[in-house]
Write a protein that binds this ligand. Structure first.
Ligand SMILES: COc1nc(N)nc2c1ncn2[C@H]1C[C@H](O)[C@@H](COP(=O)(O)OP(=O)(O)OP(=O)(O)O)O1
Length: 224
């Protein structure tokens, strides 16, 4: 278990086992304002649903579906609303983790609650913000082995193999497009797929460049 002093500022009072950390900055950046966000992922069998962001922050990247928690909402309510608005589906979302991002040029810090569901209702439908698309959840896809060959940092250790390996997927679905996703995603998405809970922080420069990062697994998923 990481000692309290190792947990990056912003993640609160959490007990976590660090499994990846690094970067070329040695201090965490100071921050003033935080803003609460959600991000939700749908897994169906050996497929993962992502959305291609068409506008706003993160445009041009694939991500889960989510956005700001509005006044009067709990994060869980916001996550379901955003999933409806952005992908046209409803799902029994379960809390999976918390991520904290300080990004150069963005005044508020992203304090993001991550959710996952393994079933859903409706038909994933393009919205003005997101274009849904299914990706393969094979072992190679999940751990981006091909990407890792050119980027050693891209294949981080994943804590305790909490589930059997993900079997190969049939069909022609593309691999998870880590090269078109936020740079932090490869550090926690495999953990989410395997049913683990996690916390993490990354300090970014503009252009999707992580300058310092820390990710840890937590034994129990606690969120609302
Ligand atoms: C910087 O690293 C990030 N990594 C990942 N994986 N996800 C991130 C990162 N920074 C932000 N996000 C997520 C958090 C949210 O789910 C979205 C951004 O939400 P958005 O700005 O689109 O919020 P909305 O309320 O939908 O925005 P509108 O006001 O445009 O409707 O990205």
């Amino acid at each position: 278990m990481a000692s309290d002093s190792d947990i990056p500022p912003g993640l609160g009072d959490v007990k976590a086992q660090v499994y990846a950390q690094g970067g070329n900055e040695h201090e965490w950046r100071p921050f003033k304002h935080t803003r609460l966000y959600t991000n939700a992922f749908i897994i169906e069998g050996n497929k993962l649903l992502l959305g291609f962001k068409k506008r706003g922050f993160g445009a041009g990247l694939y991500n889960g579906f989510g956005g700001k928690v509005e006044p009067g909402e709990t994060p869980a309510q916001a996550a379901r609303r955003e999933l409806q608005e952005e992908a046209g589906i409803d799902a029994p979302l379960e809390y999976a983790g918390r991520l904290f991002f300080v990004v150069t040029g963005v005044e508020s810090v992203f304090d993001i609650r991550i959710y996952v569901a393994r079933e859903y209702v409706g038909v994933p439908t393009e919205s003005d913000e997101m274009r849904p698309r299914w990706f393969a959840l094979s072992e190679d896809s999940l751990y981006a082995r091909r990407l890792a060959q050119s980027d050693p940092q891209a294949d981080p250790p994943i804590p305790g193999q909490v589930a059997p390996p993900v079997p190969s997927v049939d069909g022609d679905l593309p691999d998870i497009p880590y090269d078109q996703m936020w740079a932090d995603d490869i550090y926690w998405l495999p953990h989410l797929v395997r049913g683990g809970c996690f916390v993490g922080r990354a300090d970014f420069d503009e252009g999707n460049v992580m300058r310092r990062y820390w990710f840890g697994s937590v034994p129990h998923c606690k969120g609302d």
